[in-house]
Design a binder for this molecule. Sequence first.
Ligand SMILES: *Cc1c(COP(=O)(O)O)cnc(C)c1O
Length: 248
Amino acid sequence: MSDLVRPDADGPGADLDPRAEELARNLAEARRRIAAACADSGRDPGEVTVVAITKTRPAQDVRRLAALGLRELGESRDQEAREKAGACADLDLVWHFVGQLQRNKAGSVARYAHVVESVDRPTLVGALDRGAVQADRRVGVCLQVDLDIEERPNRGGARPEALAPLASAVEEAAGLDLLGVMAVAPRQMEPARAFDRLASVHERLLADHPAATMRSAGMSEDLAEAVRSGATHVRLGSALLGRRDSLK
Ligand SMILES: *Cc1c(COP(=O)(O)O)cnc(C)c1O
């Protein structure tokens, strides 16, 4: 075996990591899809931030994504998020909490999350604010919007008409910054229609809160529709890391 190909512990082969190569390919493909959706809608790909959703994946995958230049990471469960943020504390990452949040976990989340995207009720605003103040931190907040026009029970989110008082509560909270809105397209709605609805809800919010410009919309399956409708952040799990059910 020549020196050039030997996977030596500290030689040139030390960089060979098939998983890292897989993630690099997936990221390139996701960026290609984002760029195509931007081209369709006259947007600059630089306006769209990828938040890598690493739930169920090991901290080593977070390190691999960071090595590829991703800085914004997301998780949906407090304990898993807290452990991964702790294990990667040397990396200077921005952690988003995107899952449904119970009030009794808000204090914990406020200690490591930089952005909580899933705020959908006043009791959560109070609990997150107390946690942020106690931890002497500021926590960014997105209001999660329930876009379902038929008002079926969904996985979290405030009804559009409930957003104005929620936004005021966040603005008044000493430890929280209102960043914008987040939504998941309801299963029963076409994504383009759902995200257009989010766009108009967001525009109404911006009239009173012009600094709240973040619009987190789109996941692996519907990122193109989200980008075309003006998303500033897409939350990508399986598109970057592979299907989660393939682990089981
Ligand atoms: C898991 C999750 C994602 C990522 O989902 P993929 O379909 O794997 O891209 C995005 N947003 C939220 C709120 C999630 O829970």
